[in-house]
Write a protein that binds this ligand. Structure first.
Ligand code: GLN
Length: 309
């Protein structure tokens, strides 16, 4: 029986909030360093429109790496899977999300998967459109449609803050450009990528996007198939194998829910056929995942038997 009431969620949030003390907010993107480490909120969105939540749910978070699974869906729709997987692989890395190491040891030098920064930069490079602005607007419209909110936008402060400091991501791009996997101007690509990562929303909207993935790409409220079934399946599989970076194996064993995290402290979950989850808890563990957010998912998964395995 899935969790039915906000009261039940409140109890779990109270227990998990204790763990915020064990983490630190990301500060390598200066604007993210201003988050309150003790925040923790969750929303669960059911396909029939019912939504339950707990914590400070109006607070907005930037998607950061959560955007990687959404841009992947768009690019698979734009280009088809053959084109995409010629340029980015399907295997987990076991390395941190921003690592450059495997690019040099593998031949061809294509990134191992779309959930690490190197792979996500290649995915963003593949978003179709006539200009950076056009490509960004296409991604934004797609996100607005899934979240059912036409006011969603990016946070200029967060985007600027990352743009000014994204030296490692620039290094990844130049490496990939040398190997002809990225063919465009690096500054333009970093501009698009940092805007993508800075798209912000609250955890209710994040849960709604998770629900679209959970329901095989269908928005039951509008009856629309927003993402084709086979693409939604690819995205969920990447969420299981690579969604929590180099903690994905342990997460699959302990929690067993397709999920994608970001360094803002967000986690989007998609419980197949059941509901979407949006979590915000900016205190991170050493691998860059929300420490209390993971605890909260662990409690939820255990109490309501949500593991898909
Ligand atoms: N924008 C961040 C970066 O590229 C996203 C990383 C993350 O959320 N893990 O470093």
């Amino acid at each position: 029986m899935p969790c039915q009431s906000s009261d039940e969620l409140n109890i779990l949030v109270k227990e998990a909030r204790e763990y915020t003390k064990e983490g630190k907010v990301a500060n390598y993107i200066p604007a993210l360093g201003r988050a309150n480490p003790h925040d923790l909120s969750i929303a669960i969105q059911y396909p029939d429109g019912q939504c339950i939540s707990a914590g400070d749910i109006e607070r907005k978070i930037s998607l950061q790496s959560i955007s990687k699974v959404i841009s992947l869906a768009l690019v698979l729709m734009d280009r088809g899977s053959n084109y995409v997987f010629e340029r980015v692989g399907m295997e987990p890395t076991g390395d941190p999300f921003n690592s450059i190491a495997k690019l040099e040891t593998l031949s061809p030098a294509k990134p191992l998967n779309p959930m690490i920064n190197a792979g996500a930069l290649v995915v963003t490079h593949m978003i179709k459109g006539n200009s950076i602005e056009d490509r960004f607007q296409r991604l934004l419209s797609f996100i607005r449609e899934m979240a059912n909110d036409s006011t969603i936008d990016y946070c200029e402060d967060v985007a600027q803050s990352e743009f000014k400091t994204a030296y490692l991501n620039r290094a990844l791009c130049y490496f990939l450009k040398q190997h002809h996997i990225i063919e465009e101007d690096v500054e333009k690509l970093i501009d698009l990528y940092t805007k993508q990562c800075a798209i912000e929303m609250n955890c209710l909207e994040l849960a709604r996007i998770g629900m679209i993935f959970a329901m095989d790409g269908v928005d039951l409220e509008s009856g629309k198939q927003i993402i084709p079934v086979h693409i939604s399946r690819i995205c969920k599989t990447f969420m299981v194998t690579c969604g929590m970076y180099n903690a994905s194996g342990e997460f699959a064993i302990k929690i067993g829910i397709p999920a994608k995290s970001g360094v803002s402290g967000g986690i989007m979950g998609a419980v197949p056929g059941k509901f979407g989850i949006g979590i915000f808890g900016p205190a991170l563990d050493e691998k860059g995942n929300s420490v209390a957010g993971i605890k909260l998912l662990e409690l939820l998964s255990r109490n309501y038997k949500l593991s898909m395995f």
